[in-house]
Design a protein around this ligand. Structure first.
Ligand SMILES: [Zn+2]
Length: 566
């Protein structure tokens, strides 16, 4: 085990209690910064202390999500959120200000500290006392959104079902069942559409006010800075939208047409998109999580022995909780224990194809964490999402040749096709959500009718070739199901940028696997220590998301799709 040792922070310090953290943070805040060496030492000591608190929070979060029926686990996590986190935020801001204000920052090794100082300076610049209550109200509104959506159920086939439970009916081969399920969900969402509109209106108002308080014309400019988007602009995002429209949408609609023909229906309707077009049973890649882990290990060993070995380190100790069971939170994630330097992968494996994608994806995040263990600064052990998701999405594509660990050849082809089809659907959807937010926050005074009209316009521009005939009222408010618009505004384009990086990695891999693996590992090892374009360059990837890059990549996707039967 590689736990970070530090003279400043004892290994046994309890990072879950503010009383144990507070004296050390106070020492840091009071420390005299007489020279650049002192500033550097402050950065290092702070890093270990932050990592100690972060690991405590991660452990509490992991325990809670693994045991949602354990009241004590939940209250311990909430205690941290309520009694420790606000102190950490406050003292964190104080330290940021101290570091940014130090004249010795200019004497530090420029390239080494440039990203860190740039990020901290932006955070300090954006901070406004008067925005704190606005932020709190915004968070509460998101809780209302979550509660409203979480409470939605549909009576279907003799039982009350949650909306996530309803999604499996959209995969049924019986079309009437799919239509009834789709309409049931749409009608249930529609019943709350006014409430969700009102919540969103207030959020737009609050967010616009926060931006103006901080001296910005609109919330878009404010959020670009808050997300540390120093290396691309709204105009670059518009370039991505154009690329999705010109290059991906034709591929998407071609796939829709093939699906329509395979299903023998006309026109395609919104409830026809998830069913297997050939009416086959779902893929079954493994039986039980031991089988999943063993097969995934072989996949990585064949891809690259050192990645295989890295994956195997996760098999010992408490690094994996994979199988679905009662009392476990939904979804999947990779979390990193920042002090003891151990990744953790959480998921709900039930034996379906998606579980295999999730396993390989989260393993990519774990490789990223492990490859950054040499980095002393916590801030640099995490990279921006635009690159972090390159690490994970790349593994899904590099895994293509080794799917025979899970499937026979026909099934493996079906799995590859599924992944590429998802990608052709995802990129235009990302453009839709991103373009919608750009419009929302640069036109904050819009009416509901204008909002609906703009949404439908985007759907024409980027959507699937399905007929919404007679479904207009559902279509107009269908943006309300995208929780990111409520909870994490402007956060979404990151996945598009990362996907373009991952596709470029895949093209490299097809040409020269050894070189591609080396590029992948070199770039991941930089963590977040370099600006985004340099992280991309370290893996020999273009950091550009306009039509030429998109065309080069989608041509390859289309070529591959041509070799894979429907
Ligand atoms: Zn991810």
């Amino acid at each position: 085990m590689t736990t970070i040792t530090s003279e400043f922070v004892p290994a046994e310090l309890d990072g879950a209690r503010w009383e144990s953290l507070a004296p050390l943070y106070k020492t840091l805040c009071d420390r005299e910064l007489a020279c650049s060496g002192c500033l550097e030492q402050l950065l290092l000591d702070r890093s270990v202390l932050d990592a100690t608190a972060s690991e405590a929070q991660t452990n509490l979060y992991v325990r809670m999500t693994c045991h949602t029926d354990d009241k004590q686990a939940k209250s311990a996590y909430l205690r941290f959120v309520e009694a420790v986190e606000p102190h950490l935020k406050q003292v964190g801001f104080e330290l940021d200000r101290k570091i940014v204000g130090s004249p010795h920052g200019a004497d530090l090794d420029g390239p080494r500290y440039a990203v860190l100082l740039r990020d901290l300076a932006a955070d300090v610049e954006l901070f406004r006392e008067q925005n704190i209550p606005l932020q709190t109200e915004d968070t509460k509104l998101d809780q209302q959104y979550e509660e409203t959506c979480g409470a939605m159920t549909v009576d279907f086939e003799g039982a009350e079902r949650t909306l996530p439970q309803m999604s499996k009916y959209l995969e049924q081969t019986d079309r009437a069942t799919r239509e009834a399920a789709w309409r049931g969900v749409a009608e249930r969402r529609f019943a709350d559409h006014e409430k969700l509109d009102t919540i969103f209106d207030r959020m737009v108002e609050l967010r616009t006010q926060m931006a103006r308080n901080a001296g910005f014309d609109d919330y878009r400019g404010y959020m670009f800075k808050r997300y540390h988007r120093f290396d691309y602009t709204p105009a670059d995002c518009e370039d991505f939208h154009r690329a999705a429209e010109q290059v991906c949408v034709p591929v998407l609609r071609r796939l829709n047409a093939e699906r329509k023909d395979a299903l023998g229906i006309d026109p395609l309707r919104p409830w026809d998109l998830a069913v297997d077009p050939m009416g086959r049973e779902p893929l079954q890649p493994f039986e039980g999580t031991d089988d999943l882990v063993a097969k995934t290990s072989r996949l990585f060993h064949r891809m690259d022995p050192s990645l295989g070995a890295m994956f195997d380190t996760l098999r010992t100790g408490d690094c994996l909780d994979l199988e679905t069971r009662k009392g476990k939170a939904p979804g999947g994630y990779q979390a990193h224990r920042d002090r003891s330097l151990r990744p953790f992968i959480f998921m709900n494996a039930a034996g379906v194809h998606r579980d295999l994608d999730t396993m390989v994806h989260e393993a990519g995040h774990a490789f990223h964490s492990i490859l950054c263990h040499h980095e002393p600064l916590l801030h640099y052990r995490n990279s921006p999402i635009e690159f972090a998701e390159v690490a994970s999405m790349t593994m899904e594509l590099f895994g293509f040749p080794y799917l025979d660990e899970f499937y026979d050849e026909a099934e493996a082809m079906r799995a590859r096709r599924k992944r590429l089809e998802e990608l052709a659907t995802m990129l235009p959807w990302i453009a839709t959500i991103d373009a919608f937010q750009h419009w929302i926050y640069t036109n904050p005074e819009h009416t509901h009718d204008e909002r609906a009209a703009y949404w439908l316009q985007l759907s024409d521009r980027f959507g699937s070739a399905v007929s919404w005939d007679g479904l207009a009222k559902y279509h107009e408010v269908s943006w309300q199901r995208q929780g990111h618009l409520y909870g994490v505004p402007f956060y979404y384009i990151e996945y598009g940028i990362a996907q373009l990086g991952a596709l470029q990695m895949w093209l490299q891999y097809k040409k020269d696997p050894a070189k591609a693996i080396a590029n992948y590992k070199n770039a991941l090892a930089l963590g977040g220590s370099r600006p985004l374009p340099e992280l991309f360059a370290a893996a020999e990837l273009d950091f550009s998301f306009g039509p030429p890059t998109m065309r080069r990549l989608m041509d390859e996707v289309q070529n591959e799709l041509d070799t894979l039967p429907i």
